[in-house]
Ligand binder design. Structure first.
Ligand SMILES: Nc1ncnc2c1ncn2[C@@H]1O[C@H](COP(=O)(O)OP(=O)(O)OP(=O)(O)O)[C@@H](O)[C@H]1O
Length: 324
């Protein structure tokens, strides 16, 4: 079944020359059980899309369904079955996390296992402390806890790692994976492309209010990778490399015990390694995939930095720590 479907979704703010076409004829499909990454530079229309899905704003044209419910006429059912972490989640300063979850229980008419949720998001120790003094990361964790209340079928997370430290980011990935494994569809927007790459089944890239592409990251790579290079380390370079007969090999270079082979497409790489392996012992292979960053830049015409990814030293250090 389809978790999110938009047909010709269009949103114009204002009119005339001062008007902004925030979304233009967006057709998006998110299957149930998927982890779906929603990407795009600042102003691409991501929040506008999410706000329409949650019926916070009306589309100018087109329609959208969430979990089979029309977002405008059946928004109550949509909200009942959807957990939302808005961008920069704000908390009620005078309420404790326990009271926040109780507030969601009231609003949605559901029962939640509050202790288990607060434990999952890592703020069980602060369950009865007023949220006024919470750090941004704790607020984000609390926001996520509120999204998880009632065991929703769909999680919509707007920049979920915003404000989280490296440990928090790692836990967020883990949690997204766990939610997906239990059957929950996860739809999230992010500027942190490594995060998207690590957890998503499919992505959509928005650019200027229009859908530039939606596909699996693998397919995007396959379609976009042209000429590529593979470095094959061998224990001794044979007199004849045996690569003349391999279709798709464009060039071969030798440096010490390394063969640098240029292939016309990624699918050639396997044949290259097999051919070399028949004549000598392959000790290492280095092959770089097209990164999501490259794809993002290709589809949006913007560099990731310009599009809003934080690439300051602290973020890079944090990411490195997470990967490690
Ligand atoms: N209430 C509004 N009134 C007028 N213009 C708006 C309004 N909300 C959004 N826009 C405009 O619509 C366009 C899309 O904005 P939107 O917030 O959806 O982008 P986004 O992809 O979520 O960006 P970001 O990554 O910066 O959050 C932008 O040009 C924005 O200025």
């Amino acid at each position: 079944m389809v978790a999110i479907q938009t047909d010709g979704l269009t949103k114009r703010f204002g009119s005339g020359e001062a008007g902004v076409l925030a979304l233009n004829d967006l057709d998006l499909t998110v299957e149930e059980g998927e982890v779906f990454g929603f990407l795009g530079p600042n102003g691409a229309g991501k929040s506008t899309t999410i706000n329409i899905l949650l019926n916070f704003i009306d589309p100018t044209a087109g329609s959208a369904e969430v979990l089979g419910h029309d977002v405008q006429t059946e928004s109550k059912q949509v909200r009942q079955r959807t957990g939302v972490l808005p961008e920069g989640a704000e908390v009620f300063e005078r309420l404790t996390p326990r009271e926040h979850i109780a507030w969601v229980e009231d609003a949605k008419g559901i029962d939640a296992d509050t202790d288990a949720i607060l434990d999952t998001v890592g703020i069980a120790d602060a369950a009865d402390r007023k949220a006024g003094g919470f750090s941004k990361g704790m607020q984000q964790r609390l926001g996520l806890g509120m999204a998880l209340a009632g065991d929703p079928d769909l999680l919509i997370l707007d920049e979920p790692s915003s404000g989280l430290d490296p440990t928090g980011m790692k836990e967020m990935r883990q949690l997204i994976r766990e939610q997906a494994a239990s059957g929950t569809t996860v739809f999230f927007s992010s500027h942190i492309l490594s995060e998207v790459e690590a957890v998503c089944d499919r992505v959509a890239i928005l650019s200027g209010g229009e859908l530039a592409i939606q596909d699996t990251i693998e397919n995007l790579r396959d379609q976009n990778e042209g000429v590529c290079t593979i470095d094959v380390e061998v224990d001794s370079v044979p007199d004849s490399l045996g690569l003349d007969g391999v279709a798709g090999v464009q060039d071969v270079g030798v440096a010490d015990d390394e063969l640098i082979v240029t292939c016309e497409s990624p699918s050639v790489k396997v044949d290259v390694v097999r051919a070399i392996d028949e004549r000598t012992t392959v000790t290492d292979i280095v092959s770089e995939d097209t990164s999501l960053e490259t794809l993002f830049e290709r589809y949006t015409g913007e560099s990731v930095e310009a599009a809003g990814e934080q690439t300051d030293d602290s973020t890079e250090a944090a990411e490195a720590e997470v990967v490690a």
